[in-house]
Design a protein around this ligand. Structure first.
Ligand SMILES: [Zn+2]
Length: 276
């Protein structure tokens, strides 16, 4: 008979998959609020720890919210409910809900954020775009599609595989070119433009690309680019991580039930296009 997990057990299982020591130095991962002795029956997984996600957590009657993005990245001297982040802390604690974040430590893990994105797009036989020197696997993944297709057709695959967003899917490069070797990076992956090209990628799928970076990369003969919503690029990780947590806890004889938030938390509300 399996029993409910304690928050301490859940945190220990998460930190075996995503050791905090593998997070970037500037990052702030781990337990934000919650009592390690408390029981965790239900978990809500989300990309961003924002107010709407707290609403969802309270409505879903969960004991823990696990997000990819941290709530605080810089030091704070107040969590008064007069600020948005302070309100989030207040509402979580007064509802008995813990908050845990796994960010860049989930990016470099194997399997991690980019493995989930690659799998969602049908990219297999993946290896890191930038391998880590020790410990974790590294940033981004590069692999192959089961068959060659045009960049335009692959953009359709991306748009269908990822959840819809107002941001949509933007494509840079010759849409008629053939693609087979695909690099992916969940979140802001413009630092991988050159390494992906150097590894022979036909296209890099990532988020948050800027005008000059993208233009100069293409002018230098770099790979094509598919720019998706930041939220959508990291969303496939939630389901992957929820499955791994359930497996890890079940091996210890405890259980948790997971709910994955499908609410896009990108800031963009509309995309308008003029006629070209
Ligand atoms: Zn991100």
């Amino acid at each position: 008979m399996s029993s409910a997990s304690s928050l301490a057990q859940v945190v220990a299982a998460l930190e075996r998959r995503y050791p905090p020591s593998t997070a970037e130095e500037w990052d702030a991962v781990g337990l934000v609020c919650g009592d390690p002795a408390a029981e965790v029956r239900r978990v809500l997984w989300a990309v961003d720890p924002v107010e709407e996600v707290v609403d969802e957590a309270i409505a879903a009657d969960v004991d823990l919210v696990i997000t990819h993005h941290p709530l605080f990245l810089t030091g704070v001297h107040s969590v008064a409910s007069t600020t948005a982040k302070g309100r989030i802390v207040h509402r979580l604690i007064s509802s008995g809900i813990a908050l845990y974040c796994a960010h860049t430590n989930a990016d470099v893990a194997d399997p991690g954020v980019s493995d989930a994105l690659a799998a969602a797009l049908g990219v297999t036989a993946t290896r890191p775009v930038v391998a880590a020197e020790a410990g974790p696997v590294g940033l981004g993944r590069i692999g192959e599609l089961p068959q060659s297709m045009t960049l335009a057709d692959f953009a359709d695959v991306v748009a269908t595989a990822l959840p819809p967003t107002r941001h949509g899917v933007r494509v840079a490069g010759d849409v008629a070119r053939t693609v087979r070797r695909v690099a992916v990076c969940g979140g802001s992956g413009d630092s991988l433009l050159a390494p992906a090209t150097a590894q022979g990628a036909d296209v890099l799928v990532t988020a948050d690309l800027k005008h000059h970076r993208a233009l100069e990369h293409l002018e230098d003969g770099g790979c094509a680019i598919i720019d998706v919503a930041h939220w959508a690029s990291e969303w496939p990780w939630l389901d992957q991580a929820a499955r791994l947590l359930a497996e890890d806890l079940s091996a210890e004889g405890t259980t948790v039930e997971s709910v994955v938030s499908a609410r896009p938390t990108d800031p963009w509300a509309m995309t308008l296009r003029g006629e070209l």
